[in-house]
Design a protein around this ligand. Structure first.
Ligand code: SF4
Length: 393
């Protein structure tokens, strides 16, 4: 099973971010740890077990059918928010508690344990403590190597701190580091995307996640755009920068295994890959989602509301849906096309396959069709065309 913990706290809100966060000067670490424990205790009443080394699952991806035993290492992912704001002993106590609660006592060595960290929180003491706790993968919220851009984003760190953090993490023994970068920023910022890519690659991360900027409602960025203080991201710029990233990363030995994620050999994110292959996962914490193969549920979004529910011994689940066969089929098309696994050719009508090949959007091999980088730029459109569903994403 794959386990996600949402740590909702941040020092401030970044200009583009609409995530479920709680801005706090002082992190209520003890309350958070107690709330997660209470959620697990509550869930145990309903009998879930998790963190078993291999479980049968009904694959959502086309080509995987029926109950199958798959040898997938369990994964634990501390996402946020800013998990690196939790004191490392809070991370350690949660990991110990979760392993004790698992169906079979596992060694953390058998798990991929990721912690999302912001560069300003990485110190030698915190990095050593995360390693001791069992964290073996760090996803670092870098976003840009341009100080002007980082200030515009309302990030706390500066560019120099990113390099220092990677050095510190390496010295503490981390050999699996991912860097996040945001591209397609407004033209008026004059951000040099090629330079940012080069600076990121110079740090030799094992993994990179690249996200195009979107303007989300009720963010500072949305307000700036609506009053004309900056421009909305531009489609041409998005395409140019996305394709440039593919070119630079391929030249340095990285493979895009999903539309926004690239890794060196053997360094894909196993946790995120579980989502993209339709495997079951359990989410803990405010706004966390869970999926058991058919049923998807999500927790109350606001930290205080979530905390009140679990402290009172109530379920924190806000709502749930059971996917129909048709929804599962559509989702599997979307998941297949967004990854390098692609889809079996039989799933895609021959006229579409021919059109995709002629346009350079798809390539066929081994009985599967996979989108190319230009095809991934049109992912939503191609999925809509294939499924006939106007909006599933
Ligand atoms: S640190 Fe991450 S989660 Fe927090 S406000 Fe910034 S982008 Fe959002």
């Amino acid at each position: 099973m794959h386990l996600y913990l949402h740590v909702p706290f941040c020092q401030r809100r970044c200009s583009y971010c609409d995530f479920s966060i709680a801005v706090r000067k002082t992190i209520p670490a003890a309350e958070y740890v107690a709330a997660i424990r209470a959620e697990v205790e509550h869930g145990r009443g309903a009998g879930p077990i998790f963190l078993t080394p291999a479980r049968p699952f009904r694959g959502a991806s086309p080509g995987i059918s029926g109950e199958q035993w798959v040898d997938v290492p369990p994964t634990i992912y501390f996402g946020g928010g800013t998990p690196s704001l939790l004191p490392p002993d809070g991370v350690a106590s949660l990991l110990t508690f979760l392993l004790d609660a698992s169906a079979r006592r596992l060694s953390l060595d058998a798990c991929e344990v990721t912690l999302e960290a912001n560069p300003e929180d990485v110190t030698r003491a915190s990095a050593d403590a995360w390693r001791r706790a069992g964290v073996n993968r760090i996803s670092l919220g870098s976003q840009s190597f341009d100080d002007r851009v980082l200030r515009w984003m309302h990030r706390v760190h500066d560019a120099a701190r990113i390099g220092e953090s990677v050095k510190t993490l390496r010295a503490a023994g981390f050999d699996n580091i991912s860097l996040d970068l945001i591209f397609a920023l407004p033209q008026d910022l004059e951000r040099d995307w090629g330079r940012d890519l080069d600076q990121a690659l110079a740090l030799e991360p094992e993994h990179l996640s690249l996200y195009g900027l979107t303007v989300e409602e009720r963010t500072p960025l949305a307000r700036w755009v609506s009053r004309g203080a900056t421009q909305a991201p531009d489609d041409d710029r998005y395409a140019d920068e996305y394709l440039l990233a593919h070119e630079r990363l391929a030249a340095r030995g990285y493979e895009f295994y999903e539309v926004s994620n690239a890794a060196r050999a053997g360094r894909i994110s196993r946790h995120n890959s579980a989502y993209w292959t339709g495997r079951p996962y359990l989410g803990l914490g405010p706004a966390a989602h869970s999926f058991d193969g058919r049923r998807r549920s999500w927790n109350k979004r606001a930290w205080e509301e979530y905390r009140r529910a679990v402290s009172a011994g109530e379920s924190p689940i806000e709502s749930e849906e059971v996917l129909t066969e048709e929804q599962r089929r559509i989702e599997s098309v979307y998941l297949g096309l967004r990854t390098k696994a692609g889809l079996p050719v039989a799933v895609v009508p021959s006229d579409r396959r021919a059109a995709w090949a002629a346009a350079g959007w798809g390539e066929e091999s081994d009985g599967r069709i996979r989108l190319t980088a230009p095809g991934w730029l049109l992912l939503d459109t191609l999925v809509r065309d294939l499924t006939g569903v106007p909006s599933i994403l």
